[in-house]
Design a protein around this ligand. Structure first.
Ligand SMILES: [Fe+2]
Ligand SMILES: [Fe+2]
Length: 290
């Protein structure tokens, strides 16, 4: 399938090369983690974060949002570190490190500037809400996979735009899901590309698998399926709220069975969405990508 005039292998290789040339994921996360685990003083943590001004300013900005700041007024990086506390700090650092990849619009997917970033943070927040409901303790893994699940789109959207007519033709004529049509025409889909990027950035296998299978979690290795399913459901729920729901649509094969299997009734979905709405509203104004 595809247009006979182009060499699909060459095309895929070019896409992969572009993905591999993304700047490496900042290693500030790996540096900050051990400091948090040993309860290092804020001054020491500040010393690590301050060398990356983009991350430092984002940590301050995010820590000022009502869901983090609460009683504190944040004037400096040190204030932000103290106000956030260990668990929140690591999530904010993860978000700060991820933001730079989501700059610009992702026109191929019909998303305005910043919308994919809002979607990424939204899915990360929703994974936390689901993790707490499901009593899953892998919060940082889920949060990371949630933030980066659509990272493949940041590269693939150029190609989706180029080949849009061919992709949509398959969606319409063959009643294909957008993801399958994307893979058919481009030779790779955004989950596969995202998995490659996460692997290149040395994320653990579970994060790579959750990204790689976020639209089809039952295809992940058994040991990674629960995490992949939570990211899958979080993605659907956030898209349902209209956050980052682009041209690839809302419905996904098998979603109802997965909600059911996880014991999430439609009444529970409404409750979780309400909780999400409040939390997302509190953080939304602090998400701009500078
Ligand atoms: Fe996706
Ligand atoms: Fe998504």
């Amino acid at each position: 399938m595809g247009t006979p005039s182009f060499d699909k292998n060459k095309y895929v290789n070019r896409i992969i090369e572009q993905a591999e040339s993304l700047p490496p994921f900042p290693n500030v996360v790996q540096k900050v983690m051990p400091l948090l685990q040993t309860m290092a003083p804020a001054k020491q943590i500040e010393q690590v974060i301050q060398y990356d001004p983009a991350i430092a300013s984002r940590v301050i900005a995010l820590s000022r949002s009502p869901i983090y700041a609460r009683r504190h007024s944040i004037g400096s990086l040190r204030d932000a570190i103290i106000a956030l506390g260990q668990k929140e700090l690591i999530k904010v650092v993860l978000a700060a490190c991820s933001a730079r990849y989501f700059k610009g619009s992702t026109e191929g997917y019909d998303l305005r500037e910043g919308e994919l970033w809002e979607h990424a943070v939204g899915v990360a927040i929703m994974t936390e809400i689901l993790a707490s409901f499901l009593n899953n303790k892998n919060v940082f893994t889920l949060y990371t996979a949630g933030l980066l699940h659509d990272i493949g789109k940041t590269v693939l959207h150029f190609h989706v735009k180029d080949q849009f007519e061919n992709i949509i033709k398959l969606v319409k004529d063959k009643n294909m899901h957008f993801l399958d049509a994307e893979r058919e025409i481009l030779g790779i889909d955004h989950q596969q590309l995202g998995g490659l990027i996460a692997k290149k950035w040395n994320f653990p296998d579970v994060v790579v698998a959750a990204i790689r299978f976020h639209h089809e979690p039952t295809k992940a290795a058994i040991k990674f399926q629960e995490i992949a399913k939570i990211v899958h459901l979080a993605n659907i729920m956030v898209a349902t709220m209209g956050i980052g729901c682009g041209v690839d649509g809302l419905t996904q094969p098998g979603e109802e069975a997965i909600f059911k299997e996880m014991g999430i009734t439609s009444k529970k979905i409404s409750e979780l969405l309400a909780e999400f709405g409040d939390r997302f509203k509190a953080i939304k104004d602090f998400l701009e990508i500078k």
